[in-house]
Design a protein around this ligand. Sequence first.
Ligand SMILES: [Zn+2]
Length: 282
Amino acid sequence: MTPVPVFLYHAVADDPPAWIAPFTVGPAVFAEQLDRLEAGGRTVIPLARLVEAQQGGGALPPRPAVLTFDDGFADFCRAVAPELTERGLQATLYITTGAVLTSGTGSGESLLPPADMLTWGQIRTLDDSGVEIGGHSRTHPQLDTLPRRRLSNEIDGCRRMLEDELGHEVRTYAYPHGYSDSRVRRTVRRTGWSSACAVGNAFSSPEDDPFRISRLTVRADTPIGVFQDWVGGRGARIAPFHERPRTTAWRLYRRARSRLGSPVGGPPSAPGRRHQEPGGPS
Ligand SMILES: [Zn+2]
């Protein structure tokens, strides 16, 4: 299988809030990583092109890579978009609609702790400039622990809001925390999304499931050598692969906790963080 690195970034900043700091890459490091991608002969393709290949249509360039950004941090405008424009690169930005900064209400509609988030005006400008906007739920819950009505609101409600704000169809979704199960993926498919990103901390591939695309999380402490390995197609498994029993057990535990009214937070110490669980906000 051809390994396709789909990189998952969150904030790109020098001074992030503490809660997101472990998942924040500094602007200088980000620029170096883009340099490495280029030097490594990687062609950054739109996510949609990978999805097309996964659905059986269209060949990929020899060494493809995809750039994705979760949550919708305001630093995307300052630190990411200019780099992408200068280098002519495309990327997908997954928005948690309840965290979008709106005058008066702040970003209190989501479970994400406070941070400097994008406004709808900024998101529309990014959309106009060619950044693909995707959905990342309304409130950033663990979708696989939710009852049906709330699940639909987080998946379908998120799409409706994005489409109302942008005035066109929005196609791709990313699971908060990377968590999904067959019920969640079925709901995503049924409500009109055409692809969805998970985490997996593995390479995707043309054979990967377009509703469970594996990504590689770039963290603050990701050594440049590890990033270089990823550019070279080494150092991680290639999806698709079967879910490990430990992942299933961890989901059952989170679901039970959620029913008892004490949901487990984005857990840095989550078991299985090397595969299904990202151990963070994703
Ligand atoms: Zn997220």
